[in-house]
Design a protein around this ligand. Structure first.
Ligand SMILES: [Zn+2]
Length: 403
């Protein structure tokens, strides 16, 4: 008996630090956990949810293939002020594996937070990555709970047992998304760093690439410099993709996103998806890895609310191109401070060195990437997005052409 009491006391103490110091409703997670003992769908008494919504959520819970706990909660001023880590708080109380999902409503706006806890933590994919791969998640309606809750349960099933993600029913999707495609900020960024309107930019790139190719190899770079080590770029790209995912998850958790934040989220996902595509389709290719690094870095910045930055034209694995340098007649390119200082001295930075295609130059001496044929790679054609911010379009466009 005393032992059991002690265990219970210790368990209670273990939860104490997780609770806000001075809480008006500290018992809310307790209330939800208690309700889940009889019904895994807990609806706050203050909410009036149509039965059709609840039926759909129950249907998805039944067919999920894993235990699912759902709570629908109004966002009170207390909850707005105290951002609770719901899945952690609730999982600590229930202690069973499964999907823990809390949907909060503020006026008419639903947002969901969820975490998948597995036995041993070993089986299946990461919930965040399944979610990030789902293009339709951005189009879900948020004026009622079922679209997001049902979709999140489907994400968890896919993460858990690998089943295919079904299509979202049309009734759950926003009829038209005003923030699809290029946002205003995006367009102005493009115009700023291309230095021209979008219309003039194709011809500009062509001239530029020809100019660059004429300019060719850096003088006196000699035979000493080796090509970049692909493995290093791959690791950098993968690390940056993880960081971008975390930044996006933080943005996704924000309630009531402004139109600007929705734009940023869209743009960041676009870049992150393209980065993943590059890594998945050409895992060994150093140009693809460097392109993925650039796009993931941009995705992370945009998701964090920072301004878009072009890469260093000479070497995209360098710091972003925050300086502008004159490269050939009337052509300015973004460059990192280091490369910019080399150009200002009148030299050519050695740049991103890649193995020359065998036979092209008759030997395997590494060459700056910009001397490769732009037709062969969207990374070369756009200078990794330094010359024109349409690398994503070229990557996804190419993908669609293949289909
Ligand atoms: Zn540089």
């Amino acid at each position: 008996m005393p032992v059991r009491f002690l265990t219970a006391l210790l368990a209670a103490l273990a939860f104490l630090p997780a609770l806000p110091a001075r809480a008006e409703t500290p018992e809310l997670p307790d209330r939800i956990a208690a309700a889940w003992r009889t019904d895994h769908l807990s609806v706050d008494a203050r909410l009036a949810i149509p039965a059709t919504e609840l039926d759909r959520i129950r249907g998805a819970m039944r067919t999920a293939g894993l235990p699912v706990y759902v709570a629908l909660v109004p966002r009170t001023p207390y909850l707005a002020k105290n951002r609770l880590d719901w899945p952690t708080l609730l999982h600590a109380r229930i202690g069973e594996p499964g999907l823990y999902l809390v949907a909060l409503v503020d006026d008419n706006y639903w947002s969901t937070t969820a975490e998948l806890y597995r036995q041993g933590g070993l089986r299946g994919r990461d919930l965040t990555s399944v979610r990030a791969d789902d293009k339709q998640r951005l189009d879900l309606l948020s004026d009622r709970p079922a679209p997001q809750v049902v979709r999140t349960i489907q994400h968890a099933s896919t993460a858990y047992d690998g089943r295919a993600l079904p299509a979202v029913p049309a009734a759950d999707l926003e009829p038209e998304r005003p923030h699809r495609g290029l946002s205003v900020t995006d367009k102005s960024d493009r115009a700023v760093y291309v230095g021209l309107g979008i219309g003039g930019f194709l011809g500009f790139v062509l001239t530029l690439v020809l100019g660059l190719r004429r300019r060719g190899r850096p003088k006196g770079s000699g035979a000493s410099k080796p090509a970049i080590e692909p493995r290093n770029v791959q690791l950098k790209a993968d690390g940056k993709i993880k960081q971008a995912e975390r930044a996006l998850a933080r943005l996704d958790r924000r309630r009531k996103k402004t139109t600007r934040q929705l734009d940023q989220r869209d743009d960041a996902y676009r870049r992150l998806d393209a980065a993943r595509t590059l890594r998945a389709d050409q895992p060994e290719d150093v140009l693809a890895s460097a392109g993925a690094l650039v796009l993931a870095r941009q995705a992370e910045r945009i998701a964090s609310g920072a301004a878009l930055q072009p890469p260093c034209f000479f070497n995209p694995t360098h710091n972003p191109g925050t300086a502008k340098v004159e490269w050939s007649d009337d052509v300015e390119v973004p460059a990192c401070e280091w490369c910019a200082s080399v150009v200002r001295r009148g030299d050519t930075p050695s740049g991103l060195l890649v193995p020359a295609k065998s036979g092209l130059l008759g030997r395997d001496k590494p060459v700056p990437y910009w001397t490769l044929d732009p037709e062969d790679s969207p990374m070369v054609a756009t200078g990794f997005g330094a010359l024109s911010d349409d690398l994503v379009d070229r990557i996804t466009g190419r993908k669609e052409d293949v289909r």
